[in-house]
Design a binder for this molecule. Structure first.
Ligand code: ZN
Length: 344
């Protein structure tokens, strides 16, 4: 053996079994480019590596060399051995040995993203609205009544003026509105939106004609109380700002371009629905408080919701809870039906 051949040989201590007995013999295994030599006081064996079956490199699992006659050699795995065997997977092997770090890092990234999504963004957005709510209103004009009228979202109401003022008067007389301006309650017609109510940016509220036709006066008042909850808590602004924050975070994390990226759109939808559901629960709680204070049973919210659900298009009723902006109507109704039983 020449000096250069000796330098190219890798010597590894291993255990040899002859395939006939279970006795393991300590041996030195010498790997050169094409052959494997086993040496011990009573073993000397030379084989061509091409005639040996070699187990795959997998993390720190020892490598097993199986010879044609059933004898085996087991040696510790190593990058040097893989290199000597001409394998191209040492990188994969290194990655596998470090997969635990990868799992921990992934869990940390997901945990951080969840915290930003469910805690940090809502907190920062809500604080900003609490401090700069009025200024934000002028920066957030897309959901104001005038803009939605101009965009053709709905048509002018077909209810005559006396019906509109009668409804406003009923609301004013029965509901202790305090500082809320009744002139901000508007009526609009839209077959597409059906029986519906909306609290808009700027504090306006829209009741559709179908809603007035469908609900009793008490149920209309209950729905208005719910919408007043949205106005009171400035939900419109808070939702808008949270979505802006969520998209900003998305851009930073995923490097997307925000508004039109499919991933951003999906995440925005999930964010919007999650945040909206939180707001719906708040508005419901506000409505129950206001109705009770005004001597009106929250039961009317339950019966009103039942009618609205029955009148809603089928696709809106079968939305999953996760994707629905309103918590499932049945869940909401359940909270108010206790007051119906108390009234019976
Ligand atoms: Zn609502």
């Amino acid at each position: 053996m020449s000096a250069s051949e000796a330098a190219a040989t890798l010597c590894v201590a291993g255990q040899f079994c002859d395939g006939y007995t279970a006795i393991a013999h300590p041996v030195n295994a010498l790997f050169s480019d094409a052959s494997l030599v086993l040496i011990s006081p009573d073993i000397h064996r030379t084989v061509n590596l091409s005639e040996v079956r070699i187990s795959e490199a997998l993390g720190q699992v020892p490598r097993t060399f199986t010879f044609a006659d059933g004898a085996t050699l087991v040696v510790p795995t190593s990058d040097e051995l893989s290199k000597k065997l001409g394998e191209s997977i040492p990188k994969l092997q290194r990655w596998e040995s470090k997969y635990r770090y990868a799992v921990v890092a992934l869990a940390a990234i997901i945990g951080s993203a969840w915290w930003i999504y469910s805690c940090a963004i809502p907190y920062i957005a809500d604080q900003a609205v609490a401090r700069f709510g009025t200024e934000l209103e002028s920066e957030h004009p897309y959901s104001t009544l005038a803009n939605l009228d101009a965009a053709g979202v709905w048509k002018p109401s077909k209810l005559d003026e006396s019906r509109q003022s009668q409804t406003r008067r009923a609301i004013a007389e029965r509901l202790r509105l305090g500082h809320v301006d009744l002139k901000r309650i508007a009526f609009r017609d839209s077959p597409d939106l059906g029986a519906n109510a909306f609290a808009l940016g700027g504090g306006d509220m829209v009741l559709t004609d179908d809603l007035i036709h469908l609900l009793s006066p008490e149920e209309q008042i209950a729905v208005v109380a719910h919408e007043l909850g949205h106005v009171h808590h400035r939900h419109n602004q808070r939702l808008w700002l949270r979505q802006v924050g969520l998209l900003g975070a998305m851009r930073l994390l995923l490097g997307t371009n925000g508004w039109h990226d499919p991933i951003a759109n999906t995440t925005q939808l999930l964010g919007q629905t999650r945040y909206s559901r939180e707001f719906e629960a708040d508005a419901d709680a506000y409505a129950v408080g206001l109705l009770t204070e005004s001597g009106i049973s929250p039961c009317h919210l339950a019966t009103g919701l039942r009618k609205l659900e029955a009148a809603a298009p089928v696709h809106a009723r079968t939305q999953s809870e996760w994707f629905s902006s309103h918590p499932l109507t049945e869940n909401r109704i359940g909270k108010f039906e206790g007051s119906c039983r108390a009234r019976d």
